[in-house]
Design a protein around this ligand. Structure first.
Ligand code: PMV
Length: 313
């Protein structure tokens, strides 16, 4: 048996602008995980994909070309120059909520590639894993920036610019983020496509917003990397980023209700995370004991479908 796991992720700064070449900051969230297990099966059985969370069991041989699990298996086999389909069962499960900006698709693909890498004794670099996963991301997103596959395959905080070599980030002083789920699934490609139409109508205006978001992401990187700069500043940057996300039309009343509740409960800053319209928001907790739990409680009372407290280090 070979096992591969992968963490979820959140985007701290720069979502959407990252699609237009601006920098973004993302970190893994190890509280939620995708797991893939590959078990050898009797000869002649081929490869069975078993995804109990999705209520599906099916054969690789007959899976359609656009099935995301089949696609990552096929492209990994191809990467290993393996022509014959192995006799095995691939069991996939995940605690990462689907379609809420926590990178569930990229994490499931990454877990599968890691399991296959162990099963076939073919070590892969994070760069190779990221590239394989990116191909599947295109299926989900259309024009993905590549930030999800990068942060999840490298499994560490990243400062990401589309098409540029990855810049790993150090975290000067660990900080705690509370993640609140609106419970609303909003397909990333729709939010991205809708924004693209607005950008096409007023490119100068939107390029200006993206530049402002880029300046925030750049400052945030400095604050995160240098322990001597305060968390208050990081919180203010989150609030500024949220304001711009509202301006470009990717926020929603549900997200804003959770953002307001988190701020009232003492969060130093709060914003949506990921594509928006639904999905998750994030709030920066003060370091005092109990502060994160108080924010989590306020989010639940404001109607959050799920809350995760995670420490970025
Ligand atoms: O997958 P999500 O929901 O975290 O959204 C990705 C972030 C976007 O910047 C909106 C899109 C992208 O490809 O970077």
């Amino acid at each position: 048996m070979a096992e591969g796991t992968a963490s979820g992720k959140i985007i701290l700064f720069g979502e959407h602008a990252v699609v237009y070449g601006r920098p973004a900051v993302a970190v893994p969230v190890s509280n939620v995980q995708a797991v893939a297990r590959l078990l050898a099966d009797a000869p002649g059985r081929g490869l069975t994909i078993d995804a109990p969370d999705l209520g599906r069991t099916y054969d690789l041989a007959t899976a359609p070309a656009d099935d995301p699990l089949a696609l990552i298996v096929r492209s990994t086999l191809e990467h290993f120059s393996l022509v014959d389909i192995p006799d095995a069962v691939l069991r996939v499960s995940s605690t990462i909520p689907l379609g809420r900006g926590l990178g569930s698709g990229a994490a499931i693909s990454t877990a599968i590639v890691r399991a296959m890498s162990r099963f076939f004794h073919r070590p892969l670099s994070p760069e190779e894993i990221s590239r394989l996963v990116y191909e599947v991301e295109k299926l989900h997103h259309g024009t993905p920036s590549g930030i999800d596959n990068t942060v999840i395959a490298y499994d560490q905080p990243v400062y990401f610019i589309k098409g540029k070599p990855i810049q790993r980030m150090g975290v000067g002083r660990p900080f705690t983020v509370v993640i609140g789920d609106t419970g609303i699934v909003a397909p990333t490609h729709r939010v991205v496509g809708d924004l693209r139409r607005r950008w096409q109508e007023a490119p100068d205006r939107y390029e200006g917003y993206f530049d402002e978001i880029a300046a925030i992401a750049r400052q945030a990187r400095v604050v995160i990397e240098q322990a001597r700069v305060g968390l208050d500043m990081l919180g203010r940057l989150m609030n500024d980023n949220q304001e711009l996300l509202e301006t470009i039309g990717v926020s929603s009343p549900e997200l804003e209700r959770l953002v307001a509740a988190a701020r009232r409960a003492g969060a130093l800053g709060a914003k949506l995370s990921g594509a928006g319209w639904g999905g998750n928001m994030i709030a920066l907790s003060p370091p005092e004991p109990g502060a994160a739990e108080a924010i989590a409680q306020a989010l639940r009372q404001a109607g959050a479908a799920g809350v995760i407290i995670t420490t970025v280090r």
